[in-house]
Design a protein around this ligand. Structure first.
Ligand SMILES: N[C@@H](CCC(=O)N[C@@H](CS)C(=O)NCC(=O)O)C(=O)O
Length: 215
């Protein structure tokens, strides 16, 4: 398996966590998506993912894109340890928590759209920062409320072992801090993040520990 990604990409970070939790190793091919490099739009990378976004996972000559599809594929093909609950309601809950991050928050903090705010719509840096804080703060407040109201929330997002929801929550906390959103204001999220970070798979996936980290 080859994981094409970027150290600070939250979508790539999700996949690193899930690979680690499954005990799987993948070769890592960095794709520098910063404005100065934009390797995601190189002809070579666009052949892997015509959308020009990371991550992409190459498996036996096939290319998987979209981090959520990759997480589900990992779960389908490597069911142990399970990262989705056994019951259908539980699976729906985990998917809903994860999609709050994957579908509702992350697209609004992504580099391409936020660069567009500045370059095409004339937003100044303060306005871009306000956009990021607003949408991340609003999304994470909703996630916090979901976790707070439900007895299915445990040491982790769902019960006493990590699920795909945790693999999405932790990278979102990382992005929130990067854009100046205080994670401590969300007590359930902060507590679950700490529980995750204590596990080796999460610790190994931290962006600053990746070979392409631009520190
Ligand atoms: N829905 C996609 C989102 C992928 C995505 O937005 N990736 C970001 C990094 S986290 C990216 O490649 N951004 C580069 C760009 O927008 O040009 C997924 O989950 O894989």
């Amino acid at each position: 398996m080859i994981l094409h990604g970027f150290w600070r990409s939250s979508a790539t970070y999700r996949v690193r966590i899930a690979l680690g939790l499954k005990g799987l190793a993948a070769d890592y091919h960095p794709v520098n998506i910063t404005s100065g490099s934009q390797q995601q739009f190189s002809a070579d990378y666009l052949r892997l993912n015509p959308e020009g976004r990371v991550p992409a996972l190459e498996v036996d000559g096939q290319v998987l894109t979209q981090s959520w599809a990759i997480l589900e594929w990992l779960e389908d093909t490597h069911p142990q340890p399970p990262l989705l609950p056994a019951d259908a309601f539980g699976r729906a809950r985990v998917r809903a928590l994860a999609q709050l991050v994957v579908a509702d928050i992350q697209p609004l903090q992504n580099l391409g759209p936020t660069n567009y705010l500045a370059s095409e719509l004339g937003a100044n840096p303060d306005q871009v920062a306000a956009w990021l804080k607003h949408w991340i703060g609003r999304g994470m407040a909703a996630l916090e409320a979901q976790l707070a109201r439900d007895t299915a929330t445990g040491q982790f997002c769902h019960g006493a072992s990590p699920t795909l929801a945790d693999a999405c929550l932790v990278p979102q906390c990382y992005a929130a801090r990067r854009y100046g959103v205080d994670v401590a204001q969300f007590p359930h999220i902060a507590r679950i993040e700490a529980a995750c970070q204590a596990l080796p798979a999460f610790a190994a996936a931290v962006p600053e520990r990746q070979p392409d980290a631009l520190l």
